[in-house]
Write a protein that binds this ligand. Structure first.
Ligand code: ADP
Length: 628
């Protein structure tokens, strides 16, 4: 980001001035930052071992993302230091003057006879009083000039900045540049007007459409999430002139998503949930909910379940269970970075680090830290068990505890991108992508992330023929050509399968998982071999990074929670924390196995196109449907 800004600064005098302002602002921001992260002292955290905290140096990214000038930037010293000086001055001179006053009354000295020291004290008292008044005044004024824009999108107020939403879903702003293209305006179609229930609601819609009431503030203004959604939806239709008919608004509990799952709702999308099963896995039967709009998918998975059931079911083994987070820290030299690497990898230090880490939650248990370096930057991949939660928040808190702890021994460690906003620690770009979340990466494929599961079944020859309508030899050959050699030719990363992601996504959506984590959760290698003298088929799926939870996120919503209930894995397991989420991961792998079997059989038999034409293509006239 800094490089980009530099290039822009060289481009024109205007942007050079902008760059200078930007750099000054970055320096001010560095001085202004308070030394302690308040986030680490939350009740859950337990706090770091060391009572004193070191100031976190701001990173390039961090600084460049805070371009808004603040009134307190004008101070020559860091804000906290200036405050401390003036507070001390105010109270000490006040004490001194009161003392002198008492002496004068005792000695009957006239009050107006003052010494040079008393004059100096009076001047200091007034100066510090004016400063303190000014300080609170600055904060008050600042609350107007820097609006909290974490949930707002107001182009006029921010003089046309570009907005970015980073990996951790925080909204941050970038300054406008000379190259910022003009924002295209929507055409102005006729407004669609649906009369609302009350005159008051009509007034509110009008305020939203006119821009006098921000749409994002409706929930807090009205105290009624459903009413807020209806009003927002109506305002949206009127502003865009586009109908939202078909997107239902009734019949959803908007309170349940507030502050947790979705901002500014205007309705909800309906996705049908189909059932595949029974899936016979480790001797237990499961009916698997799949939310999808792809015809054939549920039917195909169901057929795979049938073949597995008739052959005695599948067996799964959980190989590992640990969520990861990887911050990046920077030093002046690669040598110093390597010293921290050695410190973290020293087995004697692990116990201390895990005590610090585990304070984040009663469910978080540190398993290991894997380090990788790039020059003087150190990437630390923390792995920990997270009970029944998918665990991203939990592991992030633990990582923060460890970083605070390390800072006291590695003063020169620069934690990239941790910033303080209004006294609260904001997580943003310190996540170094070595985790790696929601992106295809070899590290997840090789090291695993979340739950690593292998699932296998032996499908009898007659079942392959009767249910799957193909032969063992055809399946084995196809698997070699398609899932192994074909994927190798394509340079696949974790994609040595036919369609694992189809099943993973459908179960993820039905059970309230984060659908974006389908990327690494679908890493899968499907193996097929003829066994029992070449008669039967041994099939397996190995999935190293299935990221699922049964508490937190979307799992608590009514529909998703009902699907978890169907599988018997709803919420937190009381008897054995973590067992619900581990079972869910095994069910995902078992269903993938069923899906792989069935699709591979369809391809081997040349049935794929035929069945898609039957189940995936509506017999209705598509052009008619589209126009209506
Ligand atoms: P995530 O990390 O997946 O985003 P959170 O950490 O936000 O999820 O949510 C997990 C919350 O649920 C934590 O506050 C944790 O204390 C609580 N919790 C209750 N029971 C369990 C359990 N069995 N396993 C994990 N977390 C649990």
């Amino acid at each position: 980001m800094l490089t980009t800004t530099r290039q822009q600064a060289q481009a024109s005098p205007k942007s050079r001035a902008q760059f200078k302002f930007f750099r000054r602002n970055m320096r001010m921001d560095a001085r202004r930052r308070p030394p302690k992260s308040s986030r680490t002292t939350s009740s859950n955290d337990g706090g770091p071992l060391h009572p004193h905290h070191k100031q976190l140096a701001p990173s390039v990214d961090d600084r460049s993302l805070s371009p808004t000038p603040k009134a307190s930037d004008a101070l020559p010293l860091p804000l906290y230091l200036t405050n401390a000086i003036f507070f001390t001055l105010f109270f000490s001179v006040a004490y001194y003057l009161l003392h002198r006053w008492r002496d004068k009354i005792r000695n009957s000295t006239p009050l107006h006879v003052v010494t040079f020291a008393e004059i100096a004290a009076i001047v200091s008292l007034m100066a510090s009083f004016i400063y303190l008044l000014g300080f609170f005044g600055i904060d008050f004024v600042q609350s107007f000039i820097t609006r909290p824009s974490h949930d707002a999108w107001d182009l006029e107020d921010t003089a046309n900045p570009s907005y970015l939403i980073n990996e951790d879903h925080r909204l941050v702003t970038c300054p406008p540049t000379a190259n910022t293209p003009p924002i295209p305006k929507l055409p102005n179609p006729e407004p669609i007007i649906t009369p609302l229930a009350s005159v008051e609601d009509e007034e509110i819609v009008k305020s939203v459409t006119e821009g006098t009431l921000p749409s994002y503030s409706l929930e807090s203004k009205l105290g009624d999430c459903k009413r807020a959604a209806v009003i927002r939806r109506e305002a949206l239709q009127r502003i865009t002139g586009r109908s939202l008919e078909g997107l239902p608004v009734e019949g959803f509990d908007y309170d349940s998503v507030l502050g947790q799952c979705c901002e500014m709702p205007v309705g909800y999308v309906q996705i049908p949930v189909g059932i595949a099963g029974p899936l016979l896995l480790n001797g237990m039967e499961y009916m698997v909910p799949m939310a999808t709009t792809e015809g054939c998918l549920v039917a195909s998975t169901n057929r795979g379940c049938k073949a597995m059931y008739a052959s005695g079911g599948a067996t799964s083994v959980l190989l590992a269970d640990g969520m990861t987070r990887a911050p990046v820290v920077r030093f002046e030299t690669a040598k110093r970075a390597s010293e921290l690497k050695l410190f973290l990898e020293e087995p004697d230090n692990f116990d201390t680090l895990s005590i610090v880490f585990n304070r984040s939650s009663r469910f978080a248990r540190l398993q290991g830290i894997k380090c990788s370096m790039a020059g003087k930057n150190l990437y630390m991949r923390f792995k920990c068990s997270t009970g029944d939660a998918m665990g991203m928040n939990m592991v992030s808190k633990g990582v923060q505890n460890v970083l605070d702890f390390l800072q006291s021994d590695f003063h020169d460690m620069e934690v990239i991108g941790i910033s303080e906003v209004n006294g609260a620690c904001m997580f943003h770009n310190w996540l170094g992508n070595f985790c790696s979340d929601k992106k295809p990466a070899a590290v997840n494929w090789i090291e695993g992330r979340g739950k690593s599961v292998v699932c296998e079944a032996i499908i009898k020859e007659e079942i392959v023929k009767k249910v799957l309508k193909t032969s063992v030899a055809s399946l084995v050959e196809l698997n070699m050509l398609k899932n192994l050699a074909g994927s190798a030719v394509a340079g696949a990363l974790g994609g040595f399968n036919a369609h694992a992601s189809n099943i993973v996504s459908a179960i993820f959506i039905a059970t309230g998982q984060d659908p974006a984590q389908n990327i690494e959760s679908s890493h899968c290698i499907t193996m097929m071999e003829a066994v029992n003298n070449g008669k039967d088929l041994h099939v397996s799926v190995t999935m190293p990074s299935i990221e699922v939870g049964t508490v937190g996120g979307g799992t608590q919503l009514a529909s998703q929670s009902a699907c978890l209930n169907l599988l018997g894995v709803k919420g937190a397991s009381k008897e054995s924390p973590g067992s619900n989420s581990r079972l869910l991961a095994s069910i995902v792998a078992g269903s993938v196995l069923a899906g792989e079997l069935s699709l591979m059989a369809a391809i081997a038999q040349g049935q794929l196109v035929k069945s898609h034409m039957k189940y995936n293509r509506s017999s209705r006239d598509i052009s008619e449907a589209a126009s209506s």
